[in-house]
Design a protein around this ligand. Structure first.
Ligand SMILES: NC(=O)C1=CN([C@@H]2O[C@H](COP(=O)(O)OP(=O)(O)OC[C@H]3O[C@@H](n4cnc5c(N)ncnc54)[C@H](OP(=O)(O)O)[C@@H]3O)[C@@H](O)[C@H]2O)C=CC1
Ligand SMILES: O=C(O)[C@@H]1CCC=N1
Length: 264
């Protein structure tokens, strides 16, 4: 598997780490205009870093694009004349439609849209995928790539904005919940390091319980809430303060913002 990451910033670096972590490529090209931040990858024998997107495309089969939306059209224009049928284009770009990509590179090109998150760096991303008509022939390949670095789900393109909020922005939302729990633990007497350890492993355990049992969260909550006990006291106070409501409202606000960015 010869993979290029075009635009190796926050997400691109996370994907590069995930690919290295999972031995997911025979060769990897990483591109960026200013190479200083990614020089660290030069120590890997099968990784080339370059500012030349065309060189990366020429020497790779799987092209993962991870630039800011405003740079993407220009980059597709820059490389479109050297694309061949060996290439699979995988975009991670928020709000950039398959139709907009096809308008530049043509409908015959294999096009996949993906929405991973930064946990891909540790092999634990939730990645949503969709494709154009031609790309249906390569969607299983894309799933195989992302399944090595977590979990993937094929969804219709109309759900990509929602997937961005839940899975990509979701990492930041869960981080805030873990941080708030950590602050609570500190107030109850743990030192900061211990508090974070308690918060993050409990969070991990809660997700593992659901993943392994297939249960609804309330089934697991019922097992914890002793009648008249401390858990239901805490949960009800959180709901009086709007915990579920504020999370849902935040998710909707985030989704509204993507739609504004898209229109802009
Ligand atoms: N961050 C996240 O968690 C997620 C981000 N996304 C999407 O991924 C994309 C990238 O996001 P993010 O990584 O946060 O953004 P960053 O700004 O961190 O990374 C983008 C990178 O692209 C590089 N770049 C810009 N122009 C070019 C060019 N012409 N050729 C090659 N590289 C170029 C920039 O480096 P330089 O200026 O040196 O060239 C920069 O490092 C966005 O579209 C975002 O919507 C999707 C899911 C999650
Ligand atoms: O915040 C953003 O707009 C991008 C998309 C998802 C994660 N980061």
């Amino acid at each position: 598997m010869k993979i290029a990451i075009i635009g190796t910033g926050n997400l691109g670096i996370s994907i590069a780490k995930g690919i290295l972590h999972s031995n997911g490529a025979t060769s990897m090209y990483l591109t960026k205009r200013n190479l200083e931040e990614i020089r660290v990858f030069e120590k890997y024998g099968n990784v080339t870093i370059t500012s030349d997107n065309r060189e990366a495309v020429d020497n790779s089969d799987i092209l993962i694009f991870a630039v800011q939306p405003r740079h993407f059209a220009g980059i597709l224009e820059e490389i479109k004349d050297i694309l061949t049928e060996k290439h699979v284009l995988i975009s991670t770009i928020t709000g950039f439609s398959i139709a907009s990509m096809e308008a530049i590179v043509g409908k015959a090109q294999y096009i996949i849209r993906s929405m991973p998150n930064t946990a891909i760096s540790v092999g634990d991303s939730m990645t949503c995928l969709c494709s154009n008509e031609a790309g249906k022939k390569r969607i299983d390949l894309a799933k195989a790539i992302f399944n090595r670095m977590g979990h993937s789900m094929e969804i219709p393109e109309t759900r990509m904005q929602a997937a961005t909020v839940i899975c990509a922005s979701g990492i930041a939302f869960w981080m805030r919940l873990i941080r708030a729990t950590t602050q609570g633990a500190i107030q109850l007497g743990f030192d900061a390091k211990e508090a974070q350890e308690l918060a993050m492993h409990t969070c991990h355990g809660a997700a593992s319980l659901l993943i392994n049992s297939g249960n609804h969260p309330e089934q697991e909550i019922d097992k914890v809430t002793t009648p008249m006990g401390c858990t239901i006291e805490g949960l009800n106070e959180m709901e009086h303060q709007g915990l579920s409501s504020s999370l849902i409202r935040g998710i909707i606000a985030s989704h509204d913002k993507i739609n504004q960015i898209k229109k802009g």
